[in-house]
Ligand binder design. Structure first.
Ligand SMILES: [Zn+2]
Ligand SMILES: [Zn+2]
Length: 171
């Protein structure tokens, strides 16, 4: 059973929107998980911060016809397609145009979100002052120059977190 206290997480992962109209299934471990304290994430979540869980698009099963889309243009000029449930409006996915192989899931939508522990915190200069950042995680004053360190930190935890179905290997 997935859960707190170092228990392992078993694939596939399932999640969905608040009303249940949109459901998704993830068949491979996420690529990275981080929290973002930028003002856009605060606005988008209508809360204190956002979390992003990048996944391989090919590992994600979802009926996209049940999602509405709003496109946001970032400061860089690149767009992000923001997908939400057509019925309840819950934001579920962000699809960055700069990397079509990846989908960012808003991971609070997972059926079991108890194991989520971001390996990094972005835009801490605009974080709410009462929000604490745990020791031992990566922190960035603003936007990271790249995500290499975040991906690497996540790879170090993912093997201990996930029960990965065994695959045949020729060694
Ligand atoms: Zn919904
Ligand atoms: Zn953000």
């Amino acid at each position: 059973m997935p859960g707190r206290g170092g228990a392992r997480v078993t694939l596939p992962l399932h999640g969905g929107c608040q009303c249940g109209h949109v459901r998704y299934r993830l068949s491979a471990p996420p690529l990275v998980l981080y929290a973002c304290h930028c003002t856009e994430c605060q606005r988008q979540s209508a809360s204190a911060f956002g979390m992003s869980m990048a996944v391989d698009r090919e590992a994600l099963s979802v009926d996209w016809s049940r999602c509405g889309t709003w496109e946001r243009k970032g400061a860089s000029g690149r767009t992000v397609a923001c997908r939400f449930c057509r019925r309840c409006g819950a934001r579920l996915f962000h699809e960055p145009s700069r990397n079509p192989a990846i989908v960012n899931i808003k991971p609070g939508s997972l059926d079991d979100s108890s194991w989520l522990q971001p390996v990094g915190h972005l835009w801490v200069r605009s974080k709410q002052p009462w929000v604490g950042v745990p020791d031992g995680v990566l922190t960035y004053d603003g936007q990271p120059k790249d995500f290499d360190d975040l991906f690497a930190a996540w790879r170090r935890v993912v093997d201990n977190l996930f029960t990965i179905p065994s695959v045949s290997s020729t060694g």
